[in-house]
Design a protein around this ligand. Structure first.
Ligand code: CP
Ligand code: NVA
Length: 305
């Protein structure tokens, strides 16, 4: 059975098919509505952390295609606390056709996948955020009409979003340049894995100077300096990260065609300024909308094969 836990697990050709399907489903949605490809199908959505985009885009994706989604928040099933993950996977999987889970520990989505009788989608873990990366790739593809040979520059904390971008770079043939401060860089193991998957040392490149990093950027991407679960480190991180802020001064060093992306939620005035987030180079809201279309493609693939 197929699961969607990490882009690293998927073949490039299948991921490209998913992007093509997302383009098709987006057009279909805008011109008369989606066919009821998921009629009578149910999605169970397990959340250990808050969400706007992931929760609503998954729920609407199911609705648009004739299916149903059920929200289960942290108070309801207490993943691994009230009962074991193996038991939850088997019980929930006997009621619904597919499960999406947002967790802290990545091992928990892996355990769900081990025990569940239905496909598991990772809706963000501390390790990665593959559904976000698919929406990001769709957005970049819409902008440039291609992916291979592009350069995406990530500034800030090397986190779950960065990891999925690194795997996306490997699978779709673009380059990820990362500029993160000392102590907040991507771990060597993940970089090595992305380079192996991409068959090139250039798949992921680390630089220390944010100004140097953006010189040839097609895309400048940032995310929060403090991810969910790291809240007690927020004050310390606010001291360290300001040189990596995406602002006008920094963007002035990038090519004129550069677009700016952020997975959201944004901490305006920290990792990105208002004028950039709301400016002509921003693709933030197109990117957020694309969660809906990219996830429809994932749901259709996992539920109709
Ligand atoms: N980008 C993203 O996953 O947003 P939410 O946390 O609101 O789902
Ligand atoms: N890195 C962020 C992404 C939020 C969508 C977090 O994990 O909180």
């Amino acid at each position: 059975m197929e699961h969607f836990l990490s882009l690293a697990d998927w073949e490039s050709s299948d991921l490209i098919d998913l992007i093509e399907q997302a383009v098709f489903l987006k057009r279909e949605h805008r011109t008369g509505g989606n066919r009821q490809m998921l009629a009578n199908k149910s999605l169970g959505m397990v959340f250990q952390k808050p969400s706007l985009r992931t929760r609503v885009s998954f729920e609407m994706a199911m609705k648009h295609c004739g299916g149903h989604a059920l929200f289960l928040g942290p108070q309801e099933i207490g993943l691994g606390k009230r009962e074991s993950i193996a038991d939850i996977a088997r019980v929930l999987g006997s009621y619904v056709d597919i499960i999406m889970a947002r967790v802290f520990d990545h091992a928990h989505v892996e355990q769900l996948a081990e025990w569940s009788p239905v496909p598991i989608i990772n809706g963000l873990s501390d390790f990665n955020h593959p559904c976000q990366a698919m929406a990001d790739v769709l957005t970049i593809y819409e902008e440039f009409g291609e992916l291979e040979g592009l350069q995406v520059v990530y500034l800030g904390d090397s986190n779950n979003v960065t990891t999925s971008l690194a795997f996306a770079a490997a699978k779709f043939g673009f380059q990820l340049v990362i500029a993160s401060p000392e102590g907040y860089k991507m771990d060597a193991e993940t970089i090595k894995r992305a380079r192996l998957l991409g068959s090139s040392q250039d798949t992921v490149v680390e630089v220390s100077d944010p100004v140097e990093a953006v010189q040839d950027a097609d895309v400048i991407y940032t995310d929060t300096w403090t991810s969910m679960g790291q809240e007690e480190e927020a004050a310390q991180r606010r001291e360290i990260f300001p040189p990596y802020q995406v602002n006008h001064q920094l963007i002035a060093n990038a090519p004129a065609h550069t677009i700016v992306m952020h997975c959201l939620p944004a901490h305006r005035g920290e990792e990105i300024t208002d004028s950039i987030a709301d400016g002509p180079q921003s693709r933030l809201f197109q990117q957020a909308e694309n969660r809906l279309h990219a996830q429809k493609a994932i749901l259709v693939r996992l539920l109709t094969r």
